[in-house]
Design a protein around this ligand. Structure first.
Ligand code: ATP
Ligand code: MG
Length: 263
């Protein structure tokens, strides 16, 4: 039977999801996807009819894969379309944890980084979550200091989890001739442990198709091996693509992640 959300207490509402209490189980909450899409820390905003359904599918397939790989995630199940049940957060960690395999996007503005530079191992960057401050990056030395001097072991754990998650998803997308370029994840504390929370959808990462069969991805710069103009992710929206085309790209992602069930 469909859940009647009109009678449930709203715990939180963000840009892309609404969280409702679950009266049947106080250790979990309902996560309901919205049709909204935003960019530039919420400055650009549109509603794309059908996006919630596509995001819900992608998120479900990705989290189910990660749960099978024994990653500690908040995801429990999806009782109906656009709705998932997740473990309720005890404490949100106010960071966006970015991992990068290939240089693209904002990293190109720093120094002389060339687009397509390959990072091995994947690099991790912590951004303080604050839209008006444009999510400033935390300095690596500061992260090292708080891990060592302040015993903030959550940071060390997030770096490890973030790299593992990246490698799992990179391998999964590689099966379909697509490179996971970079990704932004969020973490929280549930029953004293660090958990992957929130969502992983077309807005969470960059995804570029391979430019050819069997590309050579083991070289310092992999730009020629990939096809950035065929990108499937939210950069299409950031770059001003028509809304209908953005949705088509997100649907392509969902078609790929639907096949993750066999991985
Ligand atoms: N497991 C969870 N339990 C409770 N709340 C959660 C959980 N996972 C995510 N949330 C919360 O869901 C809310 C809505 O998410 P949404 O992504 O729409 O917010 P947002 O506007 O993008 O803000 P944010 O930058 O915090 O993600 C956020 O406040 C987020 O912290
Ligand atoms: Mg969000």
């Amino acid at each position: 039977m469909a859940v009647d959300f009109s009678s449930l207490k709203k715990v939180a509402e963000g840009k892309t999801k609404v969280i409702y209490e679950n009266p049947k189980d106080h250790k979990t909450v309902y996560m309901v996807f919205k049709d909204d899409i935003t960019a530039g820390d919420g400055v650009k905003h549109d509603v794309i009819s059908g996006k919630a359904l596509v995001d819900w599918k992608t998120n479900k397939d990705i989290f189910e894969l990660l749960n099978r790989k024994n990653v500690r995630t908040h995801y429990v199940c999806s009782p109906q379309e656009k709705v998932s049940i997740v473990k309720k957060l005890d404490r949100k960690i106010n960071l966006e944890v970015v991992s990068r395999r290939v240089a693209a996007g904002s990293i190109l503005k720093w120094g002389k980084m060339q687009e397509g530079t390959r990072f091995d191992p994947v690099i991790t960057q912590f951004h303080y979550k604050d839209d008006p401050l444009h999510d400033p990056m935390l300095d690596d030395k500061y992260i090292d200091y708080i891990i060592k001097a302040k015993d903030a072991t959550e940071y060390a754990e997030m770096i490890k989890m973030n790299q593992e998650i990246f490698v799992h998803l990179e391998a999964a997308f590689a099966q379909f001739d697509v490179q996971l370029i970079d990704m932004k994840l969020e973490y929280g504390i549930i029953e004293g442990k660090v958990y992957l929370i929130d969502e992983i959808t077309g807005g969470s990462f960059r995804l570029w198709p391979y430019a050819k069969k069997n590309p050579n991805l083991n070289q310092p710069n992999v730009l020629k091996e990939l096809n950035p103009s065929g990108r499937l992710d939210k950069d299409t929206y950031r770059m001003g693509e028509q809304i209908g085309n953005v949705l088509t790209k997100f649907e392509e992602i969902a078609k790929i992640t639907a096949k993750f069930a066999n991985l």
